[in-house]
Design a protein around this ligand. Structure first.
Ligand code: 0RA
Length: 643
């Protein structure tokens, strides 16, 4: 292949300075250089194809992770224009890949480009952060190709053949001098592409992982759009009505798509998107949805005498109990606010969504009275439970105010008072609790033993939870209230550590506690205060040798290798497999699991509420089949499960 010599003009030098800035401060453009930032490169390229699909010209996107962590993204859109761009005097395609933020300005723009958040930074950022990029375009009867290395053009766009088809294919290798890792996580990418497919009705997305011996692949295409999304989210739940309520309409140039389905669960699961970006912090679209929902159900209940005038109104939270809903809006100039820039600020969107929900949902209820009745019955019982919960909470509060000590009797507290330096171990079982109490550093480590069967919070309403004798000690020890009252500034420990056995029962209690934190103390997880202790699985011992603890099977292999190098034979070493924490004496427990110098703690993250909800629903729900399947597939989430 011939190389294309070219001199840099003033325009080109500016371009190179632009991409150099991206390489100097990659975090500014893609958030981070961790695996998350790495995934962003792929999303960036795929977003451009999705824009082409939204514009109505692309029906299929084909994504591959090739051996060596090379990404390939191909679409069947119009192809990036190849002619010389009047302003830059180079091809439009090259311009798109070398000029910062050129994407939107050079046409092909669906009009719904994103101005905030991390998306929409453009193909040029991917180029700047890649060892090499190869772009192949089919259009105007030809096949055209160009190549870049670390953002610099090494082969200008040139014709390499003929074609009657159209489309764009991009292959790139991310720069290993910039990213911490080049190992893409297939499951994370797959999840996002499934989401994009739900959000872009009718678009076919294929994704393949070709790195391993056996290729892994998935194909998504949902003619039902958000309706399919809600069905997917509810697949393991018991539904109140057979098919989701669906709204799709454009008003004042704002396309809105909503799907709603009620389940018998007690939680509220509403996911919102703006221009395909998950708005985790909500915003005006969510606000409009909630207002519309509350008004429609109250009006219907009054009009049909389900709620008497004297009963007062149902509260929004009563009406959202058990709801699963997805809301997707497209906004031309979105304003993103909030801590993570995922909260929609455009104020006109509230009214648009609200009036749309008002109209469509009230029509639906009039046409489906039995569904209306089933949902309202649930709302009314939610309202009664809320009243009971309020009384229970008040009782807890009053009790706390009266008693001199508000701490649970079983808690062995620490002496240090600054919460940031303190940690509480929530320990399964009295015997492990005893060892932990003796083994701990009492200056900053508190121990709360739990025992017996824990309440399943997925299947209980708030009032039952406040009164539960297993959970009350946890609520009191954490010290920051619960549910709507939860106040993260009041937590008594910077680290809340769940320490449970590496067996089925341990996994069960771990999941129950996590479900509880997820539903009733979510900020605790979001703020990164929840951890899982990692007790060792094996102990290797031999006379005259210091005991070796292994936390995984790989650890064990590694240890045997190292011993072999020292001439110690495998057979001469005693190996103990720990069945439970109770088998360890206080000193061993300190050495292996509690000493901050040597222990392994896993921070519980809640980056993806959808995933978490799925885990909890599957692990906690009534359906045994999916639970077993899930545990087998996701062994890494349910660490060291003994099944
Ligand atoms: C600008 C104009 C046109 C297409 C595109 C951009 C385009 C960009 C990408 C990026 C990935 N796939 C893409 N497909 C298309 C078309 C202008 C025209 O043909 O009139």
């Amino acid at each position: 292949m011939e190389k294309y010599e070219h001199k840099y003009g003033a325009e080109q030098i500016q371009v190179l300075e632009g991409l150099e800035a991206v390489r100097k401060r990659p975090g500014m453009y893609i958030g981070s250089v961790s695996v998350r930032g790495l995934h962003h490169l792929v999303y960036e390229i795929v977003d451009n194809c999705v824009d082409e699909a939204l514009a109505g010209y692309c029906t299929e996107i084909d994504i591959k992770i090739e051996p060596g962590n090379i990404i390939s993204v191909e679409d069947n859109g119009r192809g990036i224009p190849v002619e010389i761009h009047p302003k830059t005097k180079i091809s439009t395609a090259e311009t798109v890949y070398t000029v910062l933020h050129a994407g939107g300005k050079f046409g092909g723009d669906s009009g719904y480009k994103v101005s905030g958040g991390l998306h929409g930074v453009g193909a040029s950022v991917v180029n700047a952060l890649s060892t090499w990029v190869e772009v192949t375009i089919q259009r105007d009867g030809g096949i055209f190709q160009m190549k870049f290395e670390r953002g610099k053009t090494v082969e200008k766009l040139h014709r390499i053949g003929d074609s009657k088809k159209t489309g764009t294919k991009v292959r790139f290798l991310a720069d290993d001098t910039i990213f911490e890792t080049l190992e893409y996580e297939y499951s994370v990418l797959e999840e996002r592409f499934r989401e994009i497919a739900f959000l872009t009705k009718g678009l076919k997305i294929k994704v393949q992982d070709l790195r391993g011996e056996a290729p892994v692949k998935a194909e998504f295409c949902f003619e039902g759009g958000l309706k399919s999304f809600v069905e997917y989210l509810n697949k393991n739940k018991e539904k109140l009505h057979p098919s989701p309520i669906y709204i799709e309409k454009t008003e004042s140039e704002v396309p809105v798509e909503i799907a709603i389905q009620y389940t018998t669960a007690y939680s509220e699961n509403i996911y919102t998107f703006v221009n395909n970006i998950n708005t985790i912090e909500g915003g005006t679209h969510l606000e409009g949805f909630k207002r519309g929902l509350t008004k429609v159900f109250n009006d219907y209940a009054k009009a049909h005498n389900i709620l008497k005038e004297k009963d007062g109104n149902l509260q929004g939270e009563d009406i959202r109990e058990g709801i699963t809903a997805v809301i997707s809006v497209k906004v031309k100039e979105p304003q993103f606010e909030g801590q993570t820039k995922t909260k929609l600020g455009n104020s006109n969107v509230t009214g648009i969504v609200q009036s749309m929900v008002n109209e469509a949902l009230s029509n639906f209820l009039e046409e489906n009275p039995s569904v209306a009745k089933a949902i309202l019955e649930k709302c009314i019982s939610a309202s009664r439970a809320r009243e009971a919960a309020r009384k229970a909470r008040e009782l807890v509060r009053r009790k706390n105010a009266l008693e001199s000590s508000t701490l649970p009797g079983k808690l062995a507290d620490c002496s240090e008072k600054d919460a940031q330096n303190c940690e509480v171990y929530i320990v399964e079982g009295d015997s492990a609790g005893g060892s932990a109490k003796q083994g701990r550093d009492r200056r900053f480590q508190a121990i709360l033993p739990l025992w017996g069967k824990m309440l399943n919070v997925e299947k209980s309403r708030a009032d039952k939870i406040y009164n539960n004798d297993k959970l009350q000690p946890v609520i009191l020890a954490v010290g920051a209230g619960i549910g709507a009252d939860f106040d993260i500034s009041k937590i008594r420990y910077g680290k809340v550590i769940i320490m449970a056995d590496a067996d089925v029962d341990g996994a069960h209690i771990r999941t129950l506690l996590l479900t509880f934190f997820f539903r009733y103390m979510r900020p605790l997880i979001e703020n990164g205060n929840v951890y899982l202790a990692q007790p060792p699985l094996y102990k290797l011992s031999k006379k005259g040798m210091k005991d070796i603890y292994c936390y995984t099977d790989e650890d064990l292999d590694q240890a045997f290798k190292q011993l072999a190098e020292k001439g110690i034979e495998r057979e001469s070493v005693g190996i103990q497999r720990y069945k439970g924490l109770g088998e360890m004496n206080p000193e061993q427990l300190w050495d292996t699991t509690m000493n901050p110098e040597t222990r392994i703690l896993i921070k519980v993250k809640l980056e993806d509420a959808i995933k978490a909800d799925e885990i909890f629903t599957i692990l906690m729900g009534d359906d045994i089949g999916p639970r077993r399947e899930f545990i087998e597939q996701n062994a890494k989430y349910v660490k060291n499960l003994d099944i």
